[in-house]
Design a binder for this molecule. Structure first.
Ligand SMILES: [Zn+2]
Length: 318
């Protein structure tokens, strides 16, 4: 993944000399950045590679422009604790632009969200890089879940990595290419990256087969039977896809096995493929609904149908 990233970078900075070469380089770069996000930073920042390899999590700060410290707060804490819980899981909070869950407010324009969201997903990465970290630091929360602000060493690492990212993303390229071309390419890369990242996340949590819940129901579950209900929640609110595709399993860093990832986020993704049948058997034994879409395309269609369903007025859904 890092070699792919380096090759795309070198091509864009030193070889690309026109529109077509630029576009090809940008697309390659966006997918390489997606690969780094899925396959390297995700495991490293879940501490699933062991303590020795934990610093690899900084590839997120230096190569992707987003703070790994704040990502851990947002993803490991908010998303993994409150998976598909309305008002708590930032990954399903895109109101008023989109409505992903039955308990969210409906607006007329949501009728067309199954079309326009596939374009708007592109803005996810530019927004995250340009404003995400800053707004989290200022607000001290993410989707109503308080975050621990970085201090001392953590803050120094965050700030120095921001400088390193700016040098790599803008400083060096601007020496060799026109400044406007660098800015344009930067935005285009982030826009494609946003679509890639958002679609992979959505196929695991925002499809017809996934459950959505409210905080009140989550609290009731926790009171009734803590660990068992926690496991049920993770499995029923998450969906696997394309489990037999070795290429996707490599590129997505196991994010096509999100059920297993949500149950064992500290286990490296290379093991998910073999863990999945065990989890599926256990889920069946305990009467827990385990879902998997056979292919990437089936999962994508399920996501589009879910967007369309959530785009209908709530009365029609009921
Ligand atoms: Zn995760």
């Amino acid at each position: 993944m890092l070699l792919w990233f380096a090759a795309s970078y070198a091509f864009l900075v030193w070889i690309a000399d026109g529109w077509w070469t630029g576009v090809v380089g940008c697309i390659s770069m966006a997918f390489a950045m997606g690969g780094v996000a899925f396959s390297i930073q995700h495991d490293a920042n879940h501490n699933a590679l062991g303590r020795k390899w934990r610093p690899l999590g900084l590839v997120m700060d230096i190569l992707l422009g987003t703070s790994s410290y704040l990502w851990r707060e947002r993803h490991n804490h908010a998303h993994h604790t409150y998976t598909n819980v309305v008002d708590k899981d930032g990954d399903i909070e895109q109101l008023p632009l989109a409505r992903f869950a039955p308990d969210q407010t409906w607006h007329t324009w949501h009728r067309f969200q199954h079309v326009y969201m596939f374009v708007l997903y592109g803005f996810y990465a530019p927004r995250q890089v340009l404003m995400g970290d800053l707004s989290m630091l200022v607000r001290g929360e993410e989707a109503h879940v308080p975050i621990k602000r970085p201090r001392g060493g953590d803050l120094a690492v965050l700030l120095s990595c921001k400088v390193a990212f700016l040098v790599i993303a803008l400083g060096i390229p601007m020496i060799f290419q026109p400044w406007w071309a660098v800015l344009l390419a930067g935005f285009f890369i982030l826009w494609i990256l946003g679509i890639v990242l958002a679609i992979v996340f959505q196929l695991a949590h925002c499809v017809e087969e996934a459950d959505f819940t409210s905080e009140a129901r989550l609290m009731k579950e926790a009171e009734e039977d803590g660990p068992r209900e926690w496991a049920r929640h993770q499995v029923e609110h998450t969906v696997d896809f394309a489990r037999s595709s070795r290429v996707l399993n490599w590129y997505l860093g196991g994010l096509n096995f999100q059920v297993e990832h949500h149950l064992m986020p500290g286990v490296c993704h290379v093991h998910y493929r073999r863990i999945a049948p065990i989890v599926e058997d256990l889920a069946e034994k305990h009467g827990i609904r385990y879902s998997a879409n056979r292919t990437f395309l089936l999962a994508l269609r399920s996501h589009a149908r879910w967007l369309k369903q959530m785009g209908q007025p709530p009365v029609a859904v009921a």
